[in-house]
Design a binder for this molecule. Structure first.
Ligand code: PLP
Length: 388
């Protein structure tokens, strides 16, 4: 019997068995004492993973897009100016979403695979004077990582609130809210946090909570309103039951298991492992002479890789052979380049074995679709990088 397919897409990812066991356990009452304790512990652990001593974590049933909506609904008041540092598909989404809440949005865009320089961002901060700036830490459509440390320092100088879409980064790329002046960092459970889809997760720092507390207009969305959720998060953290909307009990239990694993591994070790596996993947792609979407090595994320298909190879055929070999990768997402590239996710508990299997499957697929290369070149380059 064949093992299940290896899921190497930028979310959902392959999950650890202890996390999945928590999903499969009999569902408890949302106010059962042991569940209350796990919920409270998950809140505390989020602070540690986001590296925010005073931030307020929120754990709410929904996907990453709900986490973006939570930021928009609670932080934006009509007429607020928001600068979107746009490195792809999810920047476009954030802009549209924020406009729903009455924001006046300007995008700072670059060509696909690039990212705005700090100088370009500073010029825009001076000219536009935004109340809020958003950036996508890793835009999953391009595999481009933003320099959120550099951006954080800059945005602080101009007194804007800095909101980071960390859906493809938190627990995979380094996120340090306190050190880097990040005011809100949001994610979803199914990416590097390594829990099945269904939780919107965010930590709002003191400046973001102040902006929310000082609102002059009500939050225009009932489910998203932090006024409804804040007492719930505070109660669970104080190990008391509370109710606003039924929490996703099994997902929260699974989240607590995964956050425990993340902290046991150690944040630096975990980021280092993601960098290592990413370097192996990118070395393999280069050895196979495939181009990548990020225009410079330093723009490339460590949670995913975005290679172009070779000229003349149909992407659908390539991905089908890879699937027959037991590895699932994702197609392109950026509308203008959709059919020209594919995406390999490497986050969560990913190891060198997973990566070698992926590269081997890619080599089989390249051979079967008529691409000329030296068999084993990708696998060898990945191994060589791993043993460095
Ligand atoms: C996946 C993703 C989202 C959207 O998350 P969903 O869970 O699909 O709603 C937003 N931003 C980024 C950067 C993502 O990778």
């Amino acid at each position: 019997m064949k093992r299940s397919n290896l899921l190497m897409i930028p979310g959902p990812i392959a999950f650890d068995k202890d996390v999945l066991n928590a999903m499969g356990a009999p569902t408890r009452s949302h106010v059962a004492p042991d569940f209350i304790n796990e919920f409270g512990q998950a809140i505390e652990r989020m602070r540690a993973v986001w590296q925010s001593k005073k931030g307020q974590p929120f754990i709410i049933a929904g996907s990453g897009t709900l986490a973006m909506d939570l930021a928009g609904a609670n932080l934006v008041e009509p007429g607020d100016k928001v600068l979107v540092i746009n490195t792809g598909y999810f920047g476009d989404r954030f802009g549209k979403l924020l406009e729903r809440y009455g924001a006046v949005v300007e995008h700072l865009r670059t060509k696909p695979g690039s990212r705005p320089t700090l100088e370009e961002v500073e010029a825009k901060l001076k000219a536009f004077k935004p109340d809020i700036v958003t950036a996508t830490h890793v835009d999953t459509s391009t595999g481009v990582v933003n320099d959120i440390k550099g951006l954080g320092a800059l945005i602080k100088k101009y007194k804007a609130l800095f909101v980071v879409d960390g859906v493809c980064s938190v627990a995979g790329e380094e996120v340090n809210m306190d050190r880097d002046g990040l005011d809100l960092v949001l994610t979803a459970s199914q990416k590097a946090v390594a829990v099945p889809p269904g939780l919107a997760l965010l930590v709002a720092g003191p400046k973001a909570m102040d902006k929310f507390s000082n609102r002059k207009t009500p939050v225009p969305n009932y489910y998203a309103d932090w006024a409804n959720w804040l007492p719930i998060m505070q109660a669970y953290e104080a190990r008391k039951g509370a109710y606003f909307g039924t929490p996703a009990v099994n997902l929260v239990a699974a989240l607590n298991v995964s956050l425990g694993q993340i902290l046991d591994e150690g944040l630096d070790a975990r980021f280092g492992r993601h960098q290592k596996i990413s370097a192996c993947c990118k070395a393999a792609i280069k050895a196979l002479k495939l181009k990548q979407l990020p225009l410079k090595d330093e723009f490339a994320a460590s949670t995913m890789t975005a290679p172009y298909y070779p000229a003349g190879v149909a992407g659908g055929d390539l991905m089908k052979v890879m699937k027959d070999e037991g590895v699932i990768v994702a197609g392109g997402l950026l509308p203008e380049l959709k059919d020209k590239y594919f995406r390999i996710g490497h986050m969560g508990s990913v190891d060198i074995g997973d990566l070698l299997k992926t590269i081997a499957a890619l080599e089989v697929a390249l051979a079967k679709t008529g691409y000329k290369f030296t068999a084993g070149a990708g696998v060898a380059a990945a191994m060589k990088e791993y043993l460095k």
